[in-house]
Design a protein around this ligand. Sequence first.
Ligand code: SF4
Length: 227
Amino acid sequence: MKKPIKPARENISPSDLTFALSTCKRCLWIKYWYKVSAPMVMPLVGTLSLLQEEFFQRADMPTIDASLRPGKVTKWSEFVKSKPLQINGEETRWRILGKYDLLSSNDDGTVGLIDCKVSDSERDSGNFYSPQLEAYAYALENPAAGKPVTVASMGLLVWQPTHAIGDNSDNSGFGVYQKYVAVERDHDNFIQTIGDFINVLEGELPDAGVDCQSCRYISARNSLDSL
Ligand code: SF4
């Protein structure tokens, strides 16, 4: 597969710094150079995320977690776009573009960034999501347009479904265990991760992973065409 003269998209999605980067990088490369992505079927994810986000709109930050600075959630589901990313002092063609979940305006003029998750995955740790949240923070602190803000806190707000509630069809639902997972700022790790990411994109088409079910399916499906 030849690399086109220009990538089909030059805006890096923060979520690609977690799942996509931790697995095979071939699909990632194709996504950015050709804008072709594998279809994803994630029933309920959008609905559950929206319900959770709506629940915390205008919430007082210390009611979410006592460690958070005084302030209120004042923005949600807004896109942020960064200036071009700089790696080793050189400007690249790549920018961050993504939509955060919740953003607080703190009383001291800083902001707090919260990523909502409805999940029971062991993977909901600060380390795994640090590059993704740092990418949003980078875009907020280095915006393509408008005033930069200082991101004082970042964290995951996790709802883990634990039990069914209610006693009839009018009031039944799911109960959740809620936890706030603070994610420490780690700019150096972000720069390392985004640098690796850009190196993959600027390189040649990576090899396919060996264990991917999708790639096995594509190969098996393609081999049928020659029958
Ligand atoms: S192994 Fe194949 S389908 Fe799986 S991520 Fe890599 S290129 Fe994509």
